[in-house]
Ligand binder design. Structure first.
Ligand code: 9G3
Length: 566
Protein backbone atom coordinates (compact mmCIF):
# COMPACT_ATOMS: atom_id res chain seq x y z
CA UNK A 1 0.00 0.00 0.00
CA UNK A 2 1.45 3.44 -0.83
CA UNK A 3 1.42 5.53 2.32
CA UNK A 4 0.67 8.57 0.16
CA UNK A 5 -2.83 7.20 -0.44
CA UNK A 6 -3.33 5.38 2.87
CA UNK A 7 -5.99 6.74 5.24
CA UNK A 8 -3.63 6.54 8.24
CA UNK A 9 -3.52 10.02 9.81
CA UNK A 10 -0.73 10.09 12.41
CA UNK A 11 -0.57 12.59 15.27
CA UNK A 12 2.59 14.27 16.55
CA UNK A 13 1.07 15.28 19.87
CA UNK A 14 -0.18 12.99 22.64
CA UNK A 15 -3.98 13.47 22.84
CA UNK A 16 -4.66 14.82 26.31
CA UNK A 17 -7.91 12.94 26.84
CA UNK A 18 -6.20 9.57 26.32
CA UNK A 19 -5.03 8.33 29.72
CA UNK A 20 -3.34 5.02 28.84
CA UNK A 21 -0.52 4.34 26.39
CA UNK A 22 -2.51 1.96 24.20
CA UNK A 23 -5.25 4.55 23.68
CA UNK A 24 -2.68 7.30 22.98
CA UNK A 25 -0.79 5.18 20.47
CA UNK A 26 -3.90 3.89 18.69
CA UNK A 27 -4.88 7.53 18.09
CA UNK A 28 -1.36 8.75 17.22
CA UNK A 29 -0.52 5.84 14.89
CA UNK A 30 -3.80 6.31 13.00
CA UNK A 31 -5.51 3.07 14.02
CA UNK A 32 -8.57 4.58 15.60
CA UNK A 33 -10.74 7.66 15.88
CA UNK A 34 -13.50 8.31 18.45
CA UNK A 35 -17.02 8.95 17.20
CA UNK A 36 -18.66 9.25 20.61
CA UNK A 37 -17.78 8.27 24.18
CA UNK A 38 -16.94 4.57 24.00
CA UNK A 39 -17.70 4.41 20.25
CA UNK A 40 -14.84 4.15 17.72
CA UNK A 41 -13.99 3.96 14.04
CA UNK A 42 -11.20 1.53 13.19
CA UNK A 43 -9.11 3.04 10.39
CA UNK A 44 -7.34 0.79 7.86
CA UNK A 45 -4.28 0.12 10.05
CA UNK A 46 -6.51 -0.82 12.96
CA UNK A 47 -8.77 -2.95 10.78
CA UNK A 48 -5.75 -4.85 9.41
CA UNK A 49 -4.65 -5.81 12.92
CA UNK A 50 -8.23 -6.72 13.84
CA UNK A 51 -8.39 -9.06 10.85
CA UNK A 52 -5.08 -10.74 11.75
CA UNK A 53 -6.20 -11.26 15.35
CA UNK A 54 -9.53 -12.64 14.14
CA UNK A 55 -7.76 -15.04 11.77
CA UNK A 56 -5.68 -16.43 14.65
CA UNK A 57 -8.88 -16.84 16.69
CA UNK A 58 -10.68 -18.59 13.81
CA UNK A 59 -7.77 -20.98 13.20
CA UNK A 60 -7.64 -22.03 16.85
CA UNK A 61 -11.40 -22.24 17.35
CA UNK A 62 -11.75 -24.36 14.20
CA UNK A 63 -8.83 -26.53 15.32
CA UNK A 64 -10.67 -27.05 18.62
CA UNK A 65 -13.68 -28.32 16.69
CA UNK A 66 -15.92 -25.26 16.91
CA UNK A 67 -17.72 -23.98 13.84
CA UNK A 68 -18.40 -20.37 13.01
CA UNK A 69 -21.87 -18.90 12.62
CA UNK A 70 -23.27 -15.38 12.86
CA UNK A 71 -26.08 -14.33 15.20
CA UNK A 72 -28.04 -11.06 15.02
CA UNK A 73 -27.06 -7.90 16.89
CA UNK A 74 -30.71 -6.91 17.51
CA UNK A 75 -32.59 -9.29 19.82
CA UNK A 76 -36.37 -9.39 20.27
CA UNK A 77 -37.12 -8.54 23.90
CA UNK A 78 -39.21 -11.71 24.18
CA UNK A 79 -36.05 -13.83 24.35
CA UNK A 80 -34.66 -11.71 27.20
CA UNK A 81 -38.01 -11.88 28.93
CA UNK A 82 -37.96 -15.67 28.69
CA UNK A 83 -34.54 -15.78 30.36
CA UNK A 84 -35.68 -13.21 32.92
CA UNK A 85 -32.85 -10.87 32.09
CA UNK A 86 -34.93 -8.14 30.39
CA UNK A 87 -36.03 -6.77 33.75
CA UNK A 88 -32.86 -7.51 35.69
CA UNK A 89 -30.41 -5.61 33.52
CA UNK A 90 -30.59 -1.85 33.84
CA UNK A 91 -29.28 0.92 31.59
CA UNK A 92 -26.27 -1.17 30.55
CA UNK A 93 -28.56 -3.16 28.24
CA UNK A 94 -29.09 -0.94 25.19
CA UNK A 95 -32.69 -1.12 24.07
CA UNK A 96 -34.61 0.20 21.07
CA UNK A 97 -38.04 0.05 19.53
CA UNK A 98 -38.66 -0.90 15.90
CA UNK A 99 -41.13 0.88 13.64
CA UNK A 100 -43.98 -1.19 15.09
CA UNK A 101 -43.06 -0.06 18.60
CA UNK A 102 -41.77 -3.55 19.43
CA UNK A 103 -38.94 -3.77 22.02
CA UNK A 104 -35.48 -4.98 21.03
CA UNK A 105 -32.09 -5.18 22.75
CA UNK A 106 -28.73 -4.48 21.11
CA UNK A 107 -26.93 -7.72 22.00
CA UNK A 108 -24.38 -7.49 24.84
CA UNK A 109 -24.00 -11.30 24.70
CA UNK A 110 -25.91 -14.13 23.05
CA UNK A 111 -26.92 -16.83 25.52
CA UNK A 112 -30.63 -16.19 24.88
CA UNK A 113 -30.27 -16.18 21.10
CA UNK A 114 -28.21 -19.37 20.87
CA UNK A 115 -30.42 -21.19 23.38
CA UNK A 116 -33.57 -20.37 21.44
CA UNK A 117 -31.89 -21.33 18.14
CA UNK A 118 -30.71 -24.75 19.40
CA UNK A 119 -33.98 -25.36 21.25
CA UNK A 120 -35.86 -25.17 17.97
CA UNK A 121 -33.44 -27.38 16.04
CA UNK A 122 -32.10 -30.08 18.38
CA UNK A 123 -34.17 -32.75 20.15
CA UNK A 124 -31.97 -35.84 20.52
CA UNK A 125 -28.93 -36.43 22.75
CA UNK A 126 -27.24 -37.90 19.64
CA UNK A 127 -26.74 -34.39 18.21
CA UNK A 128 -24.49 -33.27 21.12
CA UNK A 129 -21.97 -31.87 21.76
CA UNK A 130 -22.42 -28.77 19.63
CA UNK A 131 -19.83 -26.00 19.71
CA UNK A 132 -20.42 -22.85 17.68
CA UNK A 133 -18.83 -19.40 17.74
CA UNK A 134 -19.23 -15.98 16.19
CA UNK A 135 -17.11 -12.86 15.91
CA UNK A 136 -19.60 -10.06 16.29
CA UNK A 137 -20.22 -6.56 17.54
CA UNK A 138 -21.54 -6.28 21.09
CA UNK A 139 -23.23 -3.35 22.79
CA UNK A 140 -22.98 -2.55 26.50
CA UNK A 141 -23.86 0.93 27.67
CA UNK A 142 -20.99 1.26 30.15
CA UNK A 143 -21.58 3.97 32.75
CA UNK A 144 -18.02 5.22 32.33
CA UNK A 145 -16.35 4.16 29.07
CA UNK A 146 -12.61 4.72 29.51
CA UNK A 147 -9.12 3.77 28.36
CA UNK A 148 -10.11 3.74 24.69
CA UNK A 149 -11.21 0.32 23.48
CA UNK A 150 -10.30 -1.31 26.79
CA UNK A 151 -13.78 -0.34 28.00
CA UNK A 152 -15.96 0.77 25.09
CA UNK A 153 -19.72 0.69 24.54
CA UNK A 154 -19.51 -1.04 21.19
CA UNK A 155 -16.87 -3.72 20.78
CA UNK A 156 -16.08 -6.90 18.89
CA UNK A 157 -16.27 -10.16 20.83
CA UNK A 158 -15.64 -13.74 19.81
CA UNK A 159 -18.30 -15.60 21.73
CA UNK A 160 -18.61 -19.37 21.57
CA UNK A 161 -21.32 -21.59 23.05
CA UNK A 162 -21.15 -25.32 23.58
CA UNK A 163 -24.19 -27.52 24.26
CA UNK A 164 -24.06 -30.94 25.89
CA UNK A 165 -26.17 -33.85 27.09
CA UNK A 166 -23.99 -34.33 30.20
CA UNK A 167 -21.36 -32.70 32.42
CA UNK A 168 -18.54 -34.98 31.24
CA UNK A 169 -18.97 -33.71 27.69
CA UNK A 170 -18.99 -30.09 28.90
CA UNK A 171 -15.76 -30.69 30.81
CA UNK A 172 -14.10 -32.07 27.67
CA UNK A 173 -15.02 -29.08 25.50
CA UNK A 174 -14.15 -26.66 28.32
CA UNK A 175 -10.62 -28.07 28.38
CA UNK A 176 -10.33 -27.81 24.58
CA UNK A 177 -11.46 -24.17 24.68
CA UNK A 178 -9.08 -23.44 27.57
CA UNK A 179 -6.16 -24.81 25.52
CA UNK A 180 -7.31 -22.96 22.38
CA UNK A 181 -7.33 -19.71 24.39
CA UNK A 182 -3.82 -20.32 25.61
CA UNK A 183 -2.66 -20.83 22.00
CA UNK A 184 -4.52 -17.72 20.76
CA UNK A 185 -3.01 -15.39 23.36
CA UNK A 186 0.45 -16.91 22.90
CA UNK A 187 0.25 -16.44 19.12
CA UNK A 188 -0.79 -12.81 19.71
CA UNK A 189 2.48 -12.33 21.61
CA UNK A 190 0.85 -11.83 25.01
CA UNK A 191 2.13 -12.56 28.51
CA UNK A 192 -1.08 -13.80 30.16
CA UNK A 193 -2.34 -15.82 33.14
CA UNK A 194 -5.48 -17.93 33.44
CA UNK A 195 -7.09 -17.16 36.80
CA UNK A 196 -10.04 -18.59 38.69
CA UNK A 197 -12.99 -16.26 38.30
CA UNK A 198 -16.45 -15.72 39.67
CA UNK A 199 -19.14 -17.46 37.64
CA UNK A 200 -21.51 -14.63 38.56
CA UNK A 201 -25.23 -14.97 38.14
CA UNK A 202 -24.92 -17.20 35.13
CA UNK A 203 -24.23 -19.79 37.76
CA UNK A 204 -22.40 -22.92 36.80
CA UNK A 205 -19.24 -24.01 38.51
CA UNK A 206 -15.83 -23.61 36.86
CA UNK A 207 -14.94 -20.38 35.24
CA UNK A 208 -11.56 -18.93 34.30
CA UNK A 209 -10.51 -15.52 33.04
CA UNK A 210 -7.47 -14.96 30.85
CA UNK A 211 -5.63 -11.90 32.10
CA UNK A 212 -2.96 -9.92 30.26
CA UNK A 213 -0.60 -8.58 32.91
CA UNK A 214 -0.54 -4.80 32.74
CA UNK A 215 -0.65 -2.03 35.30
CA UNK A 216 -3.52 -0.37 33.42
CA UNK A 217 -5.62 -3.50 33.85
CA UNK A 218 -8.87 -2.81 35.72
CA UNK A 219 -8.89 -6.31 37.19
CA UNK A 220 -6.87 -7.28 40.24
CA UNK A 221 -5.34 -10.74 40.27
CA UNK A 222 -4.72 -12.32 43.67
CA UNK A 223 -1.92 -14.89 43.34
CA UNK A 224 0.15 -16.97 45.71
CA UNK A 225 3.80 -16.03 46.05
CA UNK A 226 4.83 -19.70 46.19
CA UNK A 227 2.21 -21.81 44.36
CA UNK A 228 0.42 -21.41 41.01
CA UNK A 229 -2.81 -20.30 42.67
CA UNK A 230 -4.24 -17.23 40.92
CA UNK A 231 -7.76 -15.78 41.01
CA UNK A 232 -9.61 -12.61 40.14
CA UNK A 233 -9.91 -10.72 43.43
CA UNK A 234 -13.69 -10.83 42.89
CA UNK A 235 -13.49 -14.56 43.50
CA UNK A 236 -10.36 -15.10 45.64
CA UNK A 237 -11.48 -16.90 48.81
CA UNK A 238 -10.45 -15.64 52.23
CA UNK A 239 -8.95 -18.38 54.38
CA UNK A 240 -10.90 -17.85 57.57
CA UNK A 241 -8.70 -17.80 60.62
CA UNK A 242 -9.69 -16.59 64.08
CA UNK A 243 -9.25 -12.82 63.82
CA UNK A 244 -6.86 -11.52 66.40
CA UNK A 245 -8.87 -9.62 68.99
CA UNK A 246 -7.60 -6.01 69.07
CA UNK A 247 -10.48 -5.00 71.20
CA UNK A 248 -10.75 -4.47 74.98
CA UNK A 249 -11.77 -7.74 76.70
CA UNK A 250 -14.43 -6.30 79.01
CA UNK A 251 -17.81 -5.47 77.57
CA UNK A 252 -19.09 -1.90 77.88
CA UNK A 253 -22.57 -0.57 77.14
CA UNK A 254 -23.18 1.21 73.83
CA UNK A 255 -22.15 4.83 74.06
CA UNK A 256 -23.50 7.43 71.62
CA UNK A 257 -20.84 10.02 70.68
CA UNK A 258 -20.85 13.18 68.59
CA UNK A 259 -18.82 12.84 65.43
CA UNK A 260 -19.71 15.98 63.44
CA UNK A 261 -18.96 15.58 59.73
CA UNK A 262 -16.99 12.37 60.34
CA UNK A 263 -18.15 10.01 57.57
CA UNK A 264 -15.22 7.91 56.43
CA UNK A 265 -13.18 5.29 58.21
CA UNK A 266 -10.11 7.56 57.95
CA UNK A 267 -11.92 10.54 59.46
CA UNK A 268 -13.23 8.27 62.21
CA UNK A 269 -9.72 6.99 62.93
CA UNK A 270 -8.44 10.53 63.25
CA UNK A 271 -11.26 11.92 65.33
CA UNK A 272 -11.84 8.97 67.68
CA UNK A 273 -8.20 7.75 67.74
CA UNK A 274 -9.49 4.25 67.01
CA UNK A 275 -7.86 1.68 64.71
CA UNK A 276 -9.99 0.69 61.67
CA UNK A 277 -9.74 -2.87 62.99
CA UNK A 278 -11.96 -1.67 65.85
CA UNK A 279 -14.67 -0.43 63.51
CA UNK A 280 -17.46 -2.10 61.61
CA UNK A 281 -18.16 -0.79 58.10
CA UNK A 282 -21.83 -0.97 57.06
CA UNK A 283 -22.55 -1.08 53.30
CA UNK A 284 -26.08 -1.09 51.80
CA UNK A 285 -26.82 -2.80 48.49
CA UNK A 286 -29.73 -3.43 46.19
CA UNK A 287 -29.33 -7.07 45.16
CA UNK A 288 -31.70 -8.06 42.34
CA UNK A 289 -34.09 -5.48 43.73
CA UNK A 290 -33.78 -6.49 47.40
CA UNK A 291 -32.19 -4.30 50.10
CA UNK A 292 -29.21 -5.98 51.77
CA UNK A 293 -26.79 -4.54 54.34
CA UNK A 294 -23.33 -6.06 54.63
CA UNK A 295 -20.95 -5.60 57.59
CA UNK A 296 -17.19 -5.93 57.41
CA UNK A 297 -14.33 -5.00 59.78
CA UNK A 298 -13.24 -1.41 59.16
CA UNK A 299 -9.86 -2.24 57.62
CA UNK A 300 -11.40 -4.50 54.93
CA UNK A 301 -13.57 -3.89 51.84
CA UNK A 302 -16.90 -5.56 51.04
CA UNK A 303 -16.65 -7.70 47.88
CA UNK A 304 -19.88 -7.05 45.97
CA UNK A 305 -19.27 -10.01 43.65
CA UNK A 306 -19.19 -12.35 46.65
CA UNK A 307 -22.45 -10.77 47.88
CA UNK A 308 -23.98 -11.37 44.43
CA UNK A 309 -22.67 -14.95 44.28
CA UNK A 310 -23.88 -15.74 47.81
CA UNK A 311 -27.40 -14.54 46.98
CA UNK A 312 -27.25 -16.06 43.46
CA UNK A 313 -28.21 -12.67 42.05
CA UNK A 314 -27.61 -11.08 38.66
CA UNK A 315 -26.86 -7.59 39.96
CA UNK A 316 -25.71 -5.99 43.20
CA UNK A 317 -25.51 -2.19 43.20
CA UNK A 318 -24.54 0.13 46.04
CA UNK A 319 -27.72 1.71 47.43
CA UNK A 320 -27.88 5.38 46.37
CA UNK A 321 -27.65 7.92 49.24
CA UNK A 322 -31.23 9.13 48.91
CA UNK A 323 -32.47 5.57 49.41
CA UNK A 324 -30.26 5.11 52.49
CA UNK A 325 -32.27 8.01 53.94
CA UNK A 326 -35.67 7.11 52.55
CA UNK A 327 -35.72 3.32 52.85
CA UNK A 328 -33.27 2.64 55.68
CA UNK A 329 -34.15 5.73 57.72
CA UNK A 330 -30.44 6.39 58.14
CA UNK A 331 -27.91 9.02 57.09
CA UNK A 332 -25.21 8.34 54.46
CA UNK A 333 -21.82 8.09 56.18
CA UNK A 334 -23.47 7.26 59.51
CA UNK A 335 -25.10 3.97 58.52
CA UNK A 336 -24.81 1.29 61.20
CA UNK A 337 -26.40 -2.07 62.11
CA UNK A 338 -27.86 -1.07 65.53
CA UNK A 339 -31.52 -0.19 65.16
CA UNK A 340 -31.63 -1.20 61.50
CA UNK A 341 -34.64 -3.45 61.29
CA UNK A 342 -36.65 -4.68 58.25
CA UNK A 343 -33.45 -5.27 56.28
CA UNK A 344 -31.31 -8.38 55.78
CA UNK A 345 -27.95 -7.93 57.53
CA UNK A 346 -25.08 -10.19 56.41
CA UNK A 347 -21.62 -10.04 57.99
CA UNK A 348 -18.16 -11.00 56.87
CA UNK A 349 -16.29 -13.49 59.11
CA UNK A 350 -14.07 -10.59 60.23
CA UNK A 351 -16.98 -9.14 62.26
CA UNK A 352 -17.61 -12.33 64.22
CA UNK A 353 -16.80 -11.99 67.93
CA UNK A 354 -15.82 -8.32 67.72
CA UNK A 355 -16.17 -6.40 70.96
CA UNK A 356 -15.98 -2.66 71.63
CA UNK A 357 -16.49 -1.76 67.98
CA UNK A 358 -17.35 1.65 66.54
CA UNK A 359 -20.44 1.70 64.32
CA UNK A 360 -22.57 4.37 62.63
CA UNK A 361 -25.54 5.47 64.75
CA UNK A 362 -27.96 5.99 61.82
CA UNK A 363 -28.09 9.63 62.89
CA UNK A 364 -26.28 12.59 61.37
CA UNK A 365 -22.89 13.24 63.05
CA UNK A 366 -23.31 10.35 65.52
CA UNK A 367 -21.52 7.03 66.09
CA UNK A 368 -21.72 4.32 68.78
CA UNK A 369 -18.72 3.05 70.75
CA UNK A 370 -18.37 -0.42 72.33
CA UNK A 371 -20.78 -2.17 69.91
CA UNK A 372 -20.78 -5.94 69.52
CA UNK A 373 -22.76 -8.41 67.37
CA UNK A 374 -25.61 -10.36 68.98
CA UNK A 375 -25.96 -7.93 71.87
CA UNK A 376 -26.43 -4.74 69.82
CA UNK A 377 -27.49 -6.10 66.44
CA UNK A 378 -28.33 -9.42 64.86
CA UNK A 379 -26.75 -10.69 61.68
CA UNK A 380 -28.34 -13.41 59.60
CA UNK A 381 -25.00 -15.25 59.48
CA UNK A 382 -21.28 -14.86 58.80
CA UNK A 383 -19.84 -15.42 55.31
CA UNK A 384 -16.73 -14.75 53.22
CA UNK A 385 -17.80 -11.34 51.93
CA UNK A 386 -14.59 -9.32 51.95
CA UNK A 387 -11.79 -8.75 49.44
CA UNK A 388 -8.69 -10.75 50.14
CA UNK A 389 -5.70 -8.52 50.98
CA UNK A 390 -1.98 -8.92 50.24
CA UNK A 391 -0.38 -11.07 52.89
CA UNK A 392 -3.49 -13.17 53.51
CA UNK A 393 -2.74 -16.88 53.40
CA UNK A 394 -3.31 -18.32 49.91
CA UNK A 395 -6.53 -20.41 49.79
CA UNK A 396 -4.54 -23.41 48.51
CA UNK A 397 -2.60 -23.41 51.76
CA UNK A 398 0.68 -22.49 50.08
CA UNK A 399 2.27 -19.08 50.49
CA UNK A 400 0.80 -15.64 50.84
CA UNK A 401 -1.41 -13.58 48.52
CA UNK A 402 0.12 -10.86 46.36
CA UNK A 403 -1.68 -8.60 43.83
CA UNK A 404 -1.09 -7.88 40.13
CA UNK A 405 -3.16 -5.83 37.69
CA UNK A 406 -4.56 -7.52 34.60
CA UNK A 407 -6.63 -6.81 31.51
CA UNK A 408 -9.32 -9.47 31.08
CA UNK A 409 -9.13 -10.60 27.44
CA UNK A 410 -10.89 -13.95 27.72
CA UNK A 411 -13.45 -15.65 29.91
CA UNK A 412 -14.58 -19.30 29.81
CA UNK A 413 -17.65 -20.46 31.77
CA UNK A 414 -19.37 -23.69 32.61
CA UNK A 415 -22.86 -22.22 32.57
CA UNK A 416 -24.87 -25.38 33.16
CA UNK A 417 -28.64 -25.29 32.66
CA UNK A 418 -29.45 -21.70 33.67
CA UNK A 419 -30.67 -20.69 30.21
CA UNK A 420 -32.01 -24.05 29.03
CA UNK A 421 -34.19 -24.31 32.15
CA UNK A 422 -35.38 -20.73 31.92
CA UNK A 423 -36.14 -21.14 28.20
CA UNK A 424 -37.24 -24.78 28.23
CA UNK A 425 -34.50 -25.89 25.86
CA UNK A 426 -34.66 -29.63 26.44
CA UNK A 427 -33.55 -32.80 24.62
CA UNK A 428 -34.46 -36.50 24.92
CA UNK A 429 -31.69 -38.56 26.53
CA UNK A 430 -30.88 -42.18 25.62
CA UNK A 431 -33.81 -43.34 27.79
CA UNK A 432 -36.20 -40.95 26.07
CA UNK A 433 -36.25 -38.77 29.19
CA UNK A 434 -36.59 -35.01 28.65
CA UNK A 435 -33.63 -33.04 30.08
CA UNK A 436 -32.37 -29.43 29.91
CA UNK A 437 -29.29 -28.92 27.73
CA UNK A 438 -26.01 -28.16 29.47
CA UNK A 439 -24.14 -25.09 28.21
CA UNK A 440 -20.62 -23.73 28.21
CA UNK A 441 -19.75 -20.25 26.96
CA UNK A 442 -16.43 -18.76 25.97
CA UNK A 443 -15.65 -15.09 25.24
CA UNK A 444 -12.66 -13.18 23.88
CA UNK A 445 -12.60 -9.38 23.71
CA UNK A 446 -11.24 -8.96 20.17
CA UNK A 447 -10.99 -5.15 20.05
CA UNK A 448 -9.74 -5.13 23.65
CA UNK A 449 -6.97 -7.52 22.51
CA UNK A 450 -5.53 -4.80 20.24
CA UNK A 451 -5.10 -2.48 23.21
CA UNK A 452 -3.71 -5.27 25.40
CA UNK A 453 -1.11 -6.16 22.75
CA UNK A 454 -0.03 -2.50 22.51
CA UNK A 455 0.15 -2.18 26.30
CA UNK A 456 2.66 -5.06 26.28
CA UNK A 457 4.43 -4.12 23.04
CA UNK A 458 5.48 -0.48 22.78
CA UNK A 459 8.34 1.89 23.61
CA UNK A 460 8.61 5.66 23.89
CA UNK A 461 8.53 6.02 20.08
CA UNK A 462 5.41 3.99 19.42
CA UNK A 463 3.92 0.53 18.87
CA UNK A 464 6.10 -2.58 18.35
CA UNK A 465 3.73 -5.07 16.68
CA UNK A 466 4.49 -8.78 17.08
CA UNK A 467 4.98 -10.14 13.55
CA UNK A 468 1.93 -12.41 13.88
CA UNK A 469 -0.50 -9.47 14.12
CA UNK A 470 1.39 -6.56 12.47
CA UNK A 471 -0.69 -4.56 9.95
CA UNK A 472 2.13 -4.95 7.39
CA UNK A 473 5.24 -7.17 7.14
CA UNK A 474 7.55 -4.45 5.84
CA UNK A 475 7.67 -0.64 6.04
CA UNK A 476 9.59 0.45 2.88
CA UNK A 477 10.83 4.08 2.98
CA UNK A 478 12.46 6.12 0.20
CA UNK A 479 14.34 8.89 1.98
CA UNK A 480 14.34 11.29 -0.95
CA UNK A 481 12.10 10.34 -3.90
CA UNK A 482 13.41 13.42 -5.75
CA UNK A 483 16.70 11.59 -6.26
CA UNK A 484 16.05 9.41 -9.33
CA UNK A 485 18.24 6.49 -8.15
CA UNK A 486 16.34 6.37 -4.82
CA UNK A 487 12.91 6.69 -6.42
CA UNK A 488 13.71 3.96 -8.94
CA UNK A 489 15.17 1.51 -6.41
CA UNK A 490 12.23 2.14 -4.05
CA UNK A 491 9.70 1.37 -6.77
CA UNK A 492 11.63 -1.73 -7.84
CA UNK A 493 11.84 -3.07 -4.29
CA UNK A 494 8.14 -2.29 -3.70
CA UNK A 495 7.16 -4.45 -6.67
CA UNK A 496 9.72 -7.19 -5.92
CA UNK A 497 8.79 -7.56 -2.22
CA UNK A 498 5.08 -7.71 -3.03
CA UNK A 499 5.72 -10.33 -5.70
CA UNK A 500 7.45 -12.36 -2.98
CA UNK A 501 4.19 -12.21 -1.02
CA UNK A 502 5.15 -9.59 1.56
CA UNK A 503 2.57 -7.05 2.68
CA UNK A 504 4.41 -3.73 2.20
CA UNK A 505 3.56 -0.21 3.37
CA UNK A 506 5.55 2.02 0.99
CA UNK A 507 6.37 5.52 2.22
CA UNK A 508 7.04 7.35 -1.04
CA UNK A 509 5.73 10.66 0.28
CA UNK A 510 7.35 14.03 -0.40
CA UNK A 511 8.00 14.42 3.33
CA UNK A 512 11.12 15.23 5.37
CA UNK A 513 12.99 12.03 6.35
CA UNK A 514 12.44 12.75 10.06
CA UNK A 515 8.67 12.76 9.60
CA UNK A 516 8.84 9.43 7.79
CA UNK A 517 10.97 7.78 10.48
CA UNK A 518 8.79 9.11 13.32
CA UNK A 519 5.66 7.80 11.61
CA UNK A 520 7.33 4.42 11.04
CA UNK A 521 8.27 4.20 14.74
CA UNK A 522 4.69 5.09 15.73
CA UNK A 523 3.10 2.52 13.43
CA UNK A 524 5.43 -0.22 14.66
CA UNK A 525 5.76 -2.42 11.56
CA UNK A 526 8.36 -5.08 12.46
CA UNK A 527 10.86 -4.57 9.59
CA UNK A 528 11.83 -1.19 8.09
CA UNK A 529 13.74 -1.09 4.79
CA UNK A 530 15.17 2.32 3.92
CA UNK A 531 16.31 3.34 0.42
CA UNK A 532 18.73 6.23 0.87
CA UNK A 533 22.21 7.51 -0.05
CA UNK A 534 23.58 4.07 -1.04
CA UNK A 535 20.79 3.41 -3.54
CA UNK A 536 23.37 3.85 -6.31
CA UNK A 537 25.34 0.85 -4.93
CA UNK A 538 22.13 -1.20 -4.48
CA UNK A 539 22.53 -1.09 -0.71
CA UNK A 540 19.54 -0.53 1.60
CA UNK A 541 19.25 -0.22 5.37
CA UNK A 542 17.17 -2.82 7.25
CA UNK A 543 16.01 -2.00 10.76
CA UNK A 544 14.18 -4.24 13.25
CA UNK A 545 11.52 -2.19 15.11
CA UNK A 546 11.78 -4.56 18.06
CA UNK A 547 15.56 -4.61 18.62
CA UNK A 548 16.55 -1.40 16.83
CA UNK A 549 19.32 -3.38 15.05
CA UNK A 550 20.30 -1.82 11.72
CA UNK A 551 22.04 -3.71 8.91
CA UNK A 552 23.11 -2.60 5.46
CA UNK A 553 21.99 -5.21 2.95
CA UNK A 554 22.54 -5.51 -0.79
CA UNK A 555 19.22 -5.80 -2.57
CA UNK A 556 20.48 -9.08 -4.08
CA UNK A 557 20.45 -10.61 -0.58
CA UNK A 558 17.29 -8.90 0.63
CA UNK A 559 15.07 -11.99 0.42
CA UNK A 560 17.53 -14.23 2.18
CA UNK A 561 17.93 -11.56 4.88
CA UNK A 562 14.16 -11.27 5.39
CA UNK A 563 13.58 -15.02 5.46
CA UNK A 564 16.32 -15.76 7.98
CA UNK A 565 14.91 -13.27 10.50
CA UNK A 566 11.49 -14.95 10.62
C1 9G3 B 1 -26.12 -7.99 29.75
C2 9G3 B 1 -25.31 -6.84 29.82
C3 9G3 B 1 -23.98 -6.93 30.15
C4 9G3 B 1 -23.42 -8.20 30.42
C5 9G3 B 1 -24.23 -9.35 30.34
C6 9G3 B 1 -25.58 -9.25 29.99
C7 9G3 B 1 -21.54 -9.51 30.97
C8 9G3 B 1 -23.61 -10.65 30.59
C9 9G3 B 1 -21.62 -11.95 31.17
C10 9G3 B 1 -21.35 -12.63 29.85
C11 9G3 B 1 -21.04 -14.07 29.97
C12 9G3 B 1 -20.45 -14.67 28.72
C13 9G3 B 1 -20.80 -15.22 26.38
C14 9G3 B 1 -19.36 -14.89 26.05
C15 9G3 B 1 -18.48 -14.90 27.25
C16 9G3 B 1 -19.06 -14.12 28.42
N1 9G3 B 1 -22.07 -8.31 30.75
N2 9G3 B 1 -22.28 -10.65 30.90
O1 9G3 B 1 -24.25 -11.71 30.52
F1 9G3 B 1 -27.41 -7.86 29.40
CL1 9G3 B 1 -26.02 -5.32 29.47
O2 9G3 B 1 -21.42 -12.05 28.81
N3 9G3 B 1 -21.27 -14.46 27.55
Amino acid sequence: MRQQHSFSPTLREVPNDAEVVSHQLMLRAGLLRQVASGVYSYLPLGQKVLRKVQEIIREEMNRAGAEELLLPAIHPSELWQESGRWDVYGPELMRLKDRHERDFALGPTHEEVITSLVRDEVKSYKRFPLCVYQIQTKFRDERRPRFGVLRSREFIMKDAYSLHADEASLNEVYQKMYQAYARIFTRCGLNFRAVEADSGAIGGTDTHEFMVLSEVGEDTIAYSDTSDYAANIEKAEVVFTEYEQLLPAEEKPLELVDTPGVKTIDQLTTSLKVDPKQMIKTVAFEVDGELVVVLVRGDYEVNDTKVKALLKAETAELLPEERIVKELGSVPGFLGPHGLDNVKILADHSVKGMKGAVIGANEKDKHYLHAQPERDFTVEDYYDLRNVVEGDPSPDGEGRIKFAEGIEVGHVFKVGTKYSEAMNATFLDENGKEKPMIMGCYGIGVTRLLAAIIEQHHDQDGIIWPETVAPFDIHLITVNPKKEEQRELGEKLYQQLQEQGYDVLFDDRQERPGVKFKDADLMGIPLRITVGKQAQEGIVECKSRKTGDIEEISINNINQFINQRR
